[in-house]
Design a protein around this ligand. Sequence first.
Ligand code: CP
Ligand code: NVA
Length: 311
Amino acid sequence: MLKGKDLLSIHDLSVDEVFEILDLAAELKAKQKAGVPHKILRGKTLGMIFEKSSTRTRVSFEVGIFQLGGTGLFLSNKDLQLGRGEPIKDTARVLSRYLDGIMIRTFGHDRVVELAKYADVPVINGLTDLLHPCQVLTDLLTIREHKGKNFRSLKMAYVGDGNNMTNSYLYGAAKVGMTLAVATPKNYKPNEEVYENALSDAEETGAKLSWTESPVEAVKDADIVVTDTWASMGQEAEHDERKKIFVPYQVNRELLKNASKNAIVMHCLPAYRGEEITDEVFEENANVIFDEAENRLHAQKAIMALTMCDR
Ligand code: CP
Ligand code: NVA
């Protein structure tokens, strides 16, 4: 279903396509653990453009394409002519002559959209200021592993900044029918257009999406509590101001008293202990958080296999 398609946003995927990715990710993870090779992308090359820093995205995509029999090329904007002003539409058409797929991490979401418009090969969004779809698909896989397959019975609470992760959680929850309560300060809400789109996606699955200013209200009876940095990449200059505003949004033991007894805490990483999460809450949930990090590999292998495979 996804063959030859781009993966720019979970909003663009059908409900079936979301579950197809999760199911294949679980299958590829099991194969990898059993030592069964799955070289479905033998001879294929993925270009990975980075205009922002990365640990997980870079390593998991590069290792992932290698495990599928292909090769990954790390393309930093510091080295590409793109970084000196070559238009994205020209870069897209040139790279399409060499590569079988392009992953890009950048600032404005419009850059990814333009790249995809001009590229003849699948384009995968490795994070923009607006969205982080690969991470949220990964998180859905991790939730299934820790909380079972019935998303409709689960409540997730997102506490913190209304950023690219929040926007993608809204899209992800809407597609799988999960309840999602978002708590952010009122001047740091998730993107309005994303919120509206997600509400409309939720009509298909019955997902309940809500926003509140109150972390306690959002976390009430939640099965999954999730947070992210208060100052995303590109917002470093706002860090000190944000740090003051977001203090009530810290995920700590006191806040978690409101969650369900067996609640898990997730974080896409990198985490800033003492800011959005306390060290003790992080370490108590380290097994889930590092499963989440590992699952980037498996989820993205599924995404690459589905979008880049000829068959
Ligand atoms: N979570 C995530 O995308 O991590 P990196 O910024 O290290 O890629
Ligand atoms: N919101 C964070 C996510 C990092 C993976 C950022 O954009 O910096």
